[in-house]
Design a binder for this molecule. Structure first.
Ligand SMILES: [Zn+2]
Length: 191
């Protein structure tokens, strides 16, 4: 049995629901993406290779500020993107959660575009110009965190999106709005 601190259980339950929504909405492949919430000096992150649509309490890892597992749950293998999550928390005080997903229309537009701007008023209420940045995965933590310091969402070209929010629901909302915008733009022939 895992020995999770009681305070982490509601966070895990929220991330489980957000993961289900990401999967159901087609914003991520079966084994893609990762999620976290800020916790103490570090974070609670999904396990590497976890299926976001089928998360349980066994699929999370609590890590310290340097990404070292704190041995609360059964897994000691945090997401390979953990450094990105931690860099975001270190740089952005208001970030309480980070969501990484692979929304197909947004990623498709990122192949040729340097930014995605929602075409509809509702999208523009929450997102302005969402930048597309070029990063090498090995050195991507700081550039992504830097981009997330000035806006809540960034697209990494030909890969996916990273969103931060006060809660996982806030970050999910932004990913969903961006993908809706990218879908509309594509259907309208702007892609
Ligand atoms: Zn990814």
């Amino acid at each position: 049995m895992s020995a999770w601190p009681e305070e982490l259980l509601p966070h895990m339950d929220t991330l489980i629901e957000v993961g289900e929504d990401l999967w159901t909405a087609g914003l991520v492949a079966t084994h893609g993406g990762n999620l976290s919430v800020r916790w103490r000096q570090g974070a609670l992150v999904t396990e590497t290779g976890a299926m976001l649509g089928r998360l349980s309490h066994d699929h999370f890892v609590a890590v310290d500020s340097r990404g070292r597992p704190m041995n609360h749950g059964p897994s000691d293998r945090p997401s390979s993107d953990t450094a990105i999550h931690l860099a975001t928390y270190a740089r952005v005080a208001e970030a309480g959660a980070v969501v990484h997903a692979h929304p197909p229309y947004a990623v498709a537009l990122s192949l040729d575009w340097d930014a995605i701007t929602p075409p509809n008023l509702e999208g523009q209420l929450f997102l302005r110009r969402v930048p597309v940045i070029d990063v090498k995965w090995e050195t991507s933590a700081e550039p992504i965190a830097e981009a997330l310091a000035t806006q809540p969402l960034v697209v990494t070209r030909a890969h996916g999106v990273y969103a931060r929010g006060a809660t996982p629901w806030d970050a999910l909302k932004l990913v969903s709005i961006l993908e809706e915008s990218a879908t509309i733009l594509t259907l309208a022939g702007r892609g």
